[in-house]
Design a protein around this ligand. Structure first.
Ligand SMILES: O=C(CO)COP(=O)(O)O
Ligand SMILES: [Zn+2]
Length: 211
């Protein structure tokens, strides 16, 4: 994929996520790893109105090369790329239900999303919650480096979801699946929900290996 095609894909997916209400205002940020560095959404930009030519380009060491000033969440994104070499894109949103789940005092910090449907097992896997840190703070990095080798999706405590994928499209799909499953989990609170049996989860994991 050419750099221009990646820029156009960032505009397309940013608009799509924003128009479907998956992150509001200037919240959320997206990065994509290139052969010669990274493309990242500018800080304080609305994902619905990105401009391809203003997207920030960074060198492989994270130095700003061109475009508008990058997202303040670079420590979050770089911690994922460091700990998860197969990651080619990282999507951070403030999507409503996943964010609500990140705020619940009784959510399981090791397993916030129970395996209730096959797609959450296939696309998202087990989701931990890391402790709250200030948006943009480098203090998030050790928490992410600790979890990212085993987890493609993480909830930032009292903040929202962050998901890595082997492509921009895969990371967006996983973020959407995480949001939809968080919605089911919240709506099902108090109901007697059946979880997938362990054998079904093992079969899904063997058939659709998460990257
Ligand atoms: O979601 C955000 C912070 O967590 C948005 O920050 P940026 O505007 O710097 O990308
Ligand atoms: Zn955020």
């Amino acid at each position: 994929m050419s750099e221009q095609a990646v820029r156009d894909a960032l505009v397309k997916w940013g608009r799509s996520l924003f128009e479907r209400g998956l992150t509001a205002g200037s919240s959320g940020n997206i990065s994509v790893k290139l052969d010669d560095g990274f493309l990242v959404t500018p800080t304080n930009s609305c994902l619905g109105f990105l401009e391809a030519s203003r997207i920030s380009k960074l060198a492989p060491d994270g130095k700003h090369v061109s475009g508008a000033a990058p997202t303040k969440e670079l420590p979050l994104h770089f911690a994922f790329y460091e700990a998860r070499p197969q990651a080619k894109a990282v999507v951070h949103l403030h999507s409503t239900y996943a964010t609500l789940l990140s705020c619940l005092a009784d959510a399981d910090p090791n397993d916030a999303i129970p395996p209730i449907t096959p797609y959450v097992v296939m696309r998202v896997g087990r989701v931990p919650i890391v402790p709250y840190t200030k948006p943009g703070s480098p203090e998030v990095a050790p928490y992410i480096r600790d979890k990212a080798p085993e987890h493609a999706a993480i909830l930032l405590g009292n903040h929202g979801p962050v998901v890595a994928g082997p492509s921009l499209e895969a990371a967006v799909f996983a973020a959407e699946e995480l949001e939809e499953t968080a919605k089911l989990v919240i709506l099902a609170r108090g109901l007697n929900v059946r979880h997938l049996p362990a054998e079904a989860i093992a079969d899904l994991n063997a058939s659709f290996k998460l990257k």
